[in-house]
Design a protein around this ligand. Structure first.
Ligand code: HEM
Length: 132
């Protein structure tokens, strides 16, 4: 499932016919949302194992963590400026519209490289129902 999503994501990003063309903003937004959805599924697997009634399968948990780590490396590349579409109070469709804060772009170096995000799994730029 995860690899199918990764292939779809790469397919969406690879769709322009000329190297200098970018995919439409809505396609990039969709790609990063399904990528983050897949990160969420991997995180859920780990959380289930760590729940009081869960059973920790160390090799499985490590595989999920490595998948998350790999996906997070691709993630910052999916934020070209045209996909900064934040408008305070705007009506958004959670299935297709972006919830990314404009701070992603004003602090892009922090967003893309700052270890704080990765180490603490904390992400103020997430303005989604589930924040990390
Ligand atoms: C295990 C860690 C994480 C989980 C489980 C997670 C989960 C999610 C979920 C469920 C969404 C909503 C996707 C959708 O709209 O369908 C989301 C969006 C988002 N996440 Fe995360 N996240 C994680 C880590 C991170 C990190 C480390 C960053 C920042 C570096 C980040 C930045 C974002 C942003 C900017 C969005 C909004 C994307 C958009 O709407 O365009 N997330 N995340």
């Amino acid at each position: 499932m995860t690899s199918a999503i990764a292939v779809m994501t790469i397919g969406l990003l690879a769709s322009p016919t000329h190297a200098q063309e970018l995919p439409a903003a809505k396609d990039t937004i969709f790609a990063r949302k399904i990528l983050m959805g897949a990160i969420d599924m991997n995180m859920d697997e780990i959380e289930t194992m760590l729940a009081p009634e869960g059973k920790l399968e160390l090799a499985d948990a490590q595989e999920h963590a490595e998948t998350i780590s790999t996906m997070l490396m691709a993630f910052p590349h999916m934020f070209p400026p045209a996909t900064n579409q934040w408008k305070q109070g705007a009506d958004r469709d959670p299935a297709t519209d972006t919830f990314a804060s404009p701070e992603v772009w004003t602090n892009f170096a922090d967003f893309a490289r700052d270890g704080r995000f990765k180490d603490r799994m904390e992400c103020q730029p997430c303005q989604t129902p589930r924040r990390f």
